[in-house]
Design a protein around this ligand. Structure first.
Ligand SMILES: *Cc1c(COP(=O)(O)O)cnc(C)c1O
Length: 379
């Protein structure tokens, strides 16, 4: 339904973004390269403490290149969080890779490190280690990299962190986007920061990010005529959009802080309702709370998340079910999943509430009132 009054996570832009984009336009660099792109790459990489950044047309493009760079080819197994947006798994298929999904655990909703350990051990014994692990920082919370990263290192498997929802988050004081060999960010219109559409690949190794840059630029060889040894892509971010990204990046801390306040206001206003809970935050983690996710326990209240969603929609307020796990998606039928019951249950119980950094207290109070009333009507 279009024409919501209150959106789930709308773009938050203003005079600063306008100034930055006009300056870029006036500079004449209206192209997928230029000084704004270079500066945006450097600034974003510095923010997540990764040495190298590559600005791209989308987070999905960044995932695709990350998988290409670590060498995923047709038939290669890639272990992947099942509880995520389809882009994570789609990128594996673009390379002909074979996703093997890993379930979430209850206390982080992210990839269960024990299931990952079991699967890596099983595959090591069978001589069938995966080419990579793609681990998602769901709804803005880092996965448990204190366990996941050493595991990947022990088996020599590349770790790709999908931090599309988590720019500005941290774990043990280290920023989201810094935990893998490679990481990706998204600047889609509904993410923490937006360039309308865009993404970034971040990497530890210069040669890997350089290779991704080459592939993203039609795999053009550095000679005067158009020479191509490989099939490349047109994945670079426009210089104008990089300018928007730079403006947004200066506001990152404020945006994250606002989303965190929104989440704690929901928790305070709704936690007294039996059967209503929220996605937990790990100790030593600081989530962006990109979206505040509520969960409804059917054993304690006869209320479906879908009923809540429709009650909000009735008032032209947008709420959304949590991601449907990849192992339940027809597009990924036939690919394996290690575990699966936890994310299936989260999918049945979860609902994402309006969480944009531009949401006002008055708007949020309206959302809260509708959730409380609907709960009362069903208890
Ligand atoms: C948004 C998102 C992506 C894809 O990013 P785009 O910029 O929309 O291509 C990938 N993974 C996750 C977890 C996301 O939320």
């Amino acid at each position: 339904m279009s024409g919501f009054r209150i959106y789930l996570s709308p773009p938050h832009t203003g005079a600063l973004e306008r100034d930055f984009v006009l300056r870029a336009l006036d500079s004449g660099w209206v192209a997928p390269l230029g000084p704004e792109v270079d500066a945006f790459e450097a600034e974003a990489a510095a923010r997540v403490q990764m040495p190298h950044g590559l600005a791209l047309a989308s987070g999905t493009a960044a995932l695709h290149l990350a998988l290409r760079v670590v060498g995923v080819e047709a038939g290669d197994a890639v272990l992947c969080s099942t509880f995520t947006f389809a882009a994570t798994a789609n990128a594996i298929r673009y390379c002909g890779g074979v996703p093997v999904f890993i379930d979430s655990d209850q206390h982080s909703w992210n990839m269960d490190p024990e299931l990952l350990a079991e699967e890596l051990e099983r595959r090591a014994a069978a001589g069938a280690l995966p080419r990579a692990v793609v681990c998602v920082d769901l709804y803005g919370q880092c996965a448990d990299y204190a366990v996941i990263r050493p595991l990947c290192e022990r088996y020599g498997v590349s770790l790709i962190e999908d931090a599309a929802e988590a720019l500005g988050a941290s774990l043990h004081g280290k920023p989201a986007g810094s935990f893998g060999d490679l990481a990706i960010l998204s600047f889609n219109g509904n993410k923490i920061l937006t360039t309308s559409g865009g993404g970034m690949l971040l990497g530890r190794r210069r040669d890997w990010v350089d290779r991704a840059r080459y592939l993203a630029t039609q795999a053009r060889e550095p000679v005067a005529h158009y020479e191509h040894r490989e099939v490349g892509y047109n994945y670079r971010l426009s210089n104008l959009l990089a300018a928007v990204g730079r403006a947004q990046l200066t506001r990152l801390e404020a945006f994250v802080e606002r989303r965190r306040v929104i989440r704690s206001r929901y928790v305070e206003a709704l936690s007294d309702l039996p059967g209503i809970g929220f996605m937990p935050e790990l100790a030593r983690a600081r989530s962006t709370f990109w979206l505040t996710c509520l969960s409804v326990d059917p054993q304690r209240v006869a209320l479906q998340p879908e009923t809540l969603r429709l009650a909000l929609q009735e008032q032209r307020i947008e709420a959304r079910p949590v991601w449907k796990p990849m192992h339940l998606q027809p597009a990924f039928e036939g690919f394996g999943c290690v575990g699966g019951k936890v994310s299936e249950q989260l999918f049945q119980r979860g609902l994402c509430l309006p969480s944009g950094s531009s949401l006002s207290d008055a708007e949020q109070d309206e959302v809260i009132a509708i959730v409380r009333q609907t709960w009362r009507d069903h208890s």
